[in-house]
Write a protein that binds this ligand. Structure first.
Ligand code: NAD
Length: 346
């Protein structure tokens, strides 16, 4: 008999194409009369579309969100808040992360409109940096009250980000499969997410604006966000957290480069669970399937190319071992060094 526990979070999710028409009713339902739009620099077309959809309920725009949610940026946005009574974030994990941080500080409602595949919009997780040090909290108050997935808004995502962000999301699904608190339901969700990414990302390499493939990948990202929200992540996410903090590596590409190495390390210990992933990838082995996919998607496979120093493995291993994450295969500092050396020299 399988036993499991589930903590769910109240959240309204709408998914479709050309779906910004759903924004105003959602904002009205949440009682937001003066919305502050949050974004990253350079997203003026999308921001203008949101402002138009909000009409008179658009109060201000703050488009200085950056990766890893630095507390200084959140402070700056707070100074700019004025009479705003809610947030609409448009963009990837950076914009959504700022919305989460502001919602936590103010208690105001937040509607997220994700345009990458990070999955942050579904999760109760918020990573923030102060003086370059990243800390992560899990708190239901950071879960956005509503999420609008609009496939049309993802068409402009450049191919390199599409691929790395997709593999970032796939990492959530992989680690959910061997999480200590997995359930039959999260297994099925994770497998569907992996199959969705594996089938549709290669199509986007050849045709980045293919509607059906974009829709499949966005849906897979939603599913990955759900298992990220529900389950305890393992060694891969721990390593990504540590490497991001220590060496300021680009978030999604770092996940993409690291994942095959962690899955290869874990494959023997989580044979049955990763066998589900292997089937979804259409391969005998999950690690081999992932490596073949990474090759097909032409992702940067070396952490060195992404900026990790060649002698940086020991410092990372030391940090990981200070607070190790649960993992199907036991590990020590020497295992981490070996794994990272492999990822550095790929
Ligand atoms: P990002 O949000 O930094 O976006 C990367 C770049 O893509 C930005 O320049 C952005 O303007 C641009 N962009 C986004 N959507 C676009 C589109 N549709 N068209 C054109 N350009 C677009 O990157 P990310 O990888 O989505 O997010 C990374 C951040 O999210 C990190 O801070 C990470 O820690 C966080 N994250 C958090 C969680 C969580 O559950 N808390 C999960 C995953 C990632």
């Amino acid at each position: 008999m399988k036993t499991f526990e589930l903590q769910s979070f109240e959240q309204r999710v709408v998914f479709g194409k050309d779906h910004l028409s759903t924004l105003l009713p959602l904002v009205q339902d949440l009682g937001v009369t003066r919305a502050m739009v949050l974004s990253t620099p350079g997203r003026s077309t999308g921001v203008a579309a949101i402002a138009e959809a909000l009409g008179e309920r658009h109060f201000a725009t703050f488009d200085d969100a950056v990766v890893h949610t630095p507390v200084e940026v959140t402070d700056r946005a707070l100074n700019y808040l004025g009479d705003a009574d809610g947030f609409v974030s448009l963009g990837g994990g950076s914009a959504v992360g700022l919305g989460k941080a502001l919602a936590l500080r103010t208690g105001l409602p937040h509607i997220a409109i994700p345009t990458t595949y990070s999955g942050s919009e579904i999760s109760p997780i918020l990573g923030q940096t102060r003086d370059g040090k990243k800390t992560t909290i899990r708190d239901k108050r950071v879960v956005p009250q509503a999420v609008i997935y609009d496939v049309s808004l993802t068409l402009s995502l450049p191919l390199d980000l599409t691929v790395s962000s997709g593999l970032n999301a796939m990492a959530h699904a992989f680690e959910a499969l061997y999480a200590p608190d997995r359930s039959p339901e999260t297994d099925r969700i994770a497998v569907e997410a992996i199959a969705g990414f594996a089938g549709a990302l290669p199509i986007l390499v050849d045709a980045p604006r293919d509607w059906d493939a974009r829709a499949t990948v966005l849906y897979a990202a939603y599913l990955s966000g759900r298992v990220l929200a529900a389950r305890t992540m393992g060694l891969h996410h721990k390593l990504a957290h540590v490497l991001g903090g220590l060496y300021d590596l680009p978030h999604a590409p770092m996940h993409a480069a690291l994942l095959p190495h962690v899955i290869r390390f874990n494959e023997v210990a989580a044979k049955e669970q990763l066998g589900l992933a292997a089937d979804a990838l259409g391969h005998e082995s999950a690690a081999e399937g992932l490596e073949a996919l990474a090759l097909r998607l032409n992702v940067a496979r070396s952490l060195a190319i992404l900026g990790m120093p060649l002698d940086g493995a020991s410092a990372a291993a030391e940090q990981v071992m200070q607070n190790p994450a649960p993992n199907p295969r036991a590990y020590g500092a020497a295992d981490i060094v070996k794994l990272l050396e492999g990822a550095l020299r790929s």
